[in-house]
Design a protein around this ligand. Structure first.
Ligand code: ZN
Length: 501
C-alpha cells in the first residue's frame, strides 16, 4: 500500500513538474518575452500540455487509483492521502473522457480565434470573430457531450472551473442577486453625482505607485522570499510551486486605483497559493480548489479589506504623504467615497462592486443561450446590447466596448465567467465568519495589522489546497451552504450609506 501511494505520488509529481514548467512559460510570455518568441512559445506550451495530459491518463495511474481506493477505504477523509486519492480520481475520470483529438482541436481553433479576436476588437467588427466563435461554441458542445451531463449542457463546462457546481444552482443564486441589484443600480444612477472621484484621475508617479503597492502587500503578508511581482498588460497571478508565487500588476499614471487595487487583488490570489500546506507540494492538490474560491480571496483582500473605511483610516495619511499635492484637497471620507463610486459602465474589468455582477449575469445567460442554440452567433451583438440596456441602462457604442471586450471566448473557454460572481459572494460569506471569530478585526485593520486575519485564512482555507470541493469548503468554513444573502446585506448597507439611500 505504501509502495502504491509512493508510486502515485511520484507520477503526480512528475506531471505537476510539467504543468508548473508550462506555467513558467506562460508567465514569461505575458511579462518579458519579445513578440518574436510567440510562435515557438505556442508550440512549447502545446507540447508540455499534451505530454502532461498523456502522462496522466495512462492505465498505470488508473490502476494505482483503483487499488488505493480499496486500500484507503478507512483512511481519514481529511488526511492528505485520502484527499489525494479522492481528488485525483475525480480529475482522472474527467481527463479520460476527453479524446486527445478534441484537446488538440481546442488548441488549434483557439490559437486562430485569439488572433481573429484581437484584430476584430481593434476594428470593433464582430463579423471578423463570428466564424471562430461558432467553431468554439461547437467544440464546447462536443466537450460537454464527451464529459457527460444530466441537466444542462453548461454543467460540465462550469464544472471545469468550479467543481461540482451546477447551472441550476448558479441560476437560483443569480436570480436573488438580480432582484436586489437592479433596483439598487437604478436608485444609485439617479444620484450619480453624489460621489466625485476626480481626485483618482490626476497624475500619479509610476515608481511611487509601485512602491506603495509593494509596501501594502508586504504588510498583508505576501512573502517576497517566496514570490515576486512584475508588470504585465493584463494583471494575473501564477505559481511555479507553493514557494514561488508570481504576481503581476499594471500601472496607469492617470488612474490611481488600477495598480493599487490591482496589486491588492492579485496579492489575495498569491496569499492563497503561498498558504497551501507544504505537505501537498507536487501532489496536484497544491493549488486553489476552484476559480470561485480563488476569486473570493482576491476580492476579500481587494474589496472587503482594501476598500473599507478602516483600511483607509490607517493608509490614507500614508498615501497623502506619498502624493501630497494630488491629495491636498480631499479627506479620508472623500477618498473612501471616491474609490467606491458606482456608475454603470461598458467594461467589466473596470466595473465597481455594485454593477460588476450584472456584467457576469449577462455573460452567463448568453453563454447558455449560445450553447443551447437559443441565440444565433450572428445575432450575439444585438443580444448583448439588449441585455446591457436592461441590466445597466446603457448601450455600448460599438462591439469593442460590447460583445468583443473579454478574452475568454477567444481562448475557447465557456463556463468560466460565473466564478467571478461566485467569488464575490463567497468572499463576503467567509469574511462574515472571520468577523464573528475575530471581534477586534476592524480595529486591527484600522491599525494596519493583518496577521491574525491572514492566519485565520491560512488555517481555515489556504492550507487545504484542493482537498475539498468549493461547496465542502464553504460549508466547512462558514457552517452554511453558498448563498447570496451575506453579499446582498453587505452591498445594501455599504452603498446605502455612501449614496444616502
Ligand atoms: Zn482575480
Amino acid at each position: 500500500m505504501e509502495d502504491r501511494l509512493q508510486a502515485l505520488k511520484t507520477r503526480l509529481g512528475e506531471i505537476q513538474d510539467l504543468n508548473r514548467a508550462a506555467a513558467l512559460l506562460g508567465w514569461d510570455q505575458q511579462t518579458y518575452m519579445p513578440p518574436g518568441g510567440a510562435a515557438a512559445r505556442a508550440e512549447q506550451l502545446a507540447t508540455l500540455q499534451k505530454t502532461a495530459h498523456n502522462w496522466f491518463i495512462t492505465d498505470e495511474i488508473g490502476e494505482l487509483i483503483e487499488a488505493l481506493r480499496a486500500d484507503g477505504a478507512d483512511w481519514d477523509y481529511d488526511s492528505d492521502e485520502a484527499s489525494i486519492v479522492r481528488v485525483v480520481a475525480r480529475d482522472y475520470e474527467k481527463a479520460r473522457k476527453v479524446p486527445s483529438e478534441l484537446v488538440a482541436e481546442f488548441a488549434r481553433v483557439s490559437a486562430l480565434a485569439f488572433e481573429a479576436w484581437t484584430k476584430a476588437r481593434e476594428q470593433a467588427d464582430f463579423s471578423m470573430f463570428q466564424p471562430h466563435l461558432e467553431k468554439i461554441v461547437d467544440l464546447n458542445v462536443r466537450l460537454a457531450e464527451a464529459l457527460g451531463y444530466e441537466d444542462r449542457l453548461y454543467d460540465p463546462l462550469l464544472d471545469q472551473f468550479e467543481p461540482e457546481m451546477k447551472t441550476a444552482k448558479v441560476t437560483a443564486i443569480f436570480d436573488d442577486l438580480k432582484a436586489e441589484l437592479l433596483p439598487l443600480v437604478e436608485a444609485i444612477s439617479e444620484r450619480i453625482d453624489a460621489v466625485d472621484d476626480s481626485v483618482l484621475h490626476l497624475d500619479y508617479d509610476e515608481q511611487k505607485q509601485w512602491d506603495l503597492g509593494v509596501e501594502i502587500i508586504k504588510n498583508f503578508g505576501f512573502d517576497f522570499t517566496r514570490g515576486r511581482q512584475d508588470k504585465s498588460v493584463h494583471p494575473f497571478t501564477t505559481a511555479f510551486s507553493i514557494s514561488d508565487v508570481r504576481l503581476t500588476t499594471r500601472i496607469d499614471t492617470h488612474y490611481l486605483p488600477a495598480a493599487l487595487f490591482g496589486s491588492l487583488h492579485e496579492c489575495g490570489h498569491g496569499l492563497y497559493e503561498q498558504g497551501v500546506s507544504l505537505s501537498l507540494d507536487r501532489s496536484s492538490l497544491d493549488d486553489g480548489t476552484s476559480l470561485g474560491i480563488h476569486e473570493s480571496q482576491s476580492r476579500l483582500w481587494e474589496n472587503l479589506v482594501g476598500r473599507s473605511k478602516e483600511f483607509w483610516s490607517h493608509y490614507f495619511p500614508r498615501l497623502q504623504n506619498v502624493f501630497p499635492s494630488q491629495l491636498a484637497n480631499v479627506d479620508v471620507e472623500g477618498f473612501y467615497r471616491a474609490i467606491n463610486r458606482v456608475e454603470p459602465s461598458f467594461i467589466r474589468v473596470e466595473a465597481d462592486e455594485v454593477t460588476y455582477n450584472l456584467h457576469i449575469l449577462l455573460r452567463f445567460e448568453l453563454e447558455n443561450d449560445m450553447l443551447e442554440g437559443k441565440v444565433k452567433i450572428a445575432d450575439l451583438p444585438d443580444a448583448w446590447n439588449e441585455k446591457m440596456e436592461t441590466y445597466l441602462g446603457i448601450l455600448p457604442p460599438d462591439d469593442a466596448q460590447g460583445v468583443l471586450q473579454d478574452i475568454h471566448w477567444s481562448g475557447g473557454m465557456l463556463g468560466y465567467f460565473p466564478t467571478y460572481s461566485l467569488g464575490n459572494l463567497i468572499s463576503v460569506q467567509i469574511f462574515d465568519q472571520v468577523k464573528a471569530d475575530i471581534p477586534s478585526l476592524a480595529d486591527q485593520i484600522a491599525a494596519g495589522k493583518f496577521d491574525e486575519l491572514l492566519n485565520w485564512l491560512r488555517e481555515n482555507v489556504y492550507q487545504h489546497g484542493r482537498k475539498y470541493t468549493p461547496a465542502e469548503l464553504v460549508k466547512r468554513v462558514t457552517g452554511t451552504d453558498l448563498t447570496a444573502a451575506n453579499y446582498i446585506t453587505y452591498i445594501r448597507s455599504k452603498f446605502s450609506d455612501i449614496y444616502d439611500l
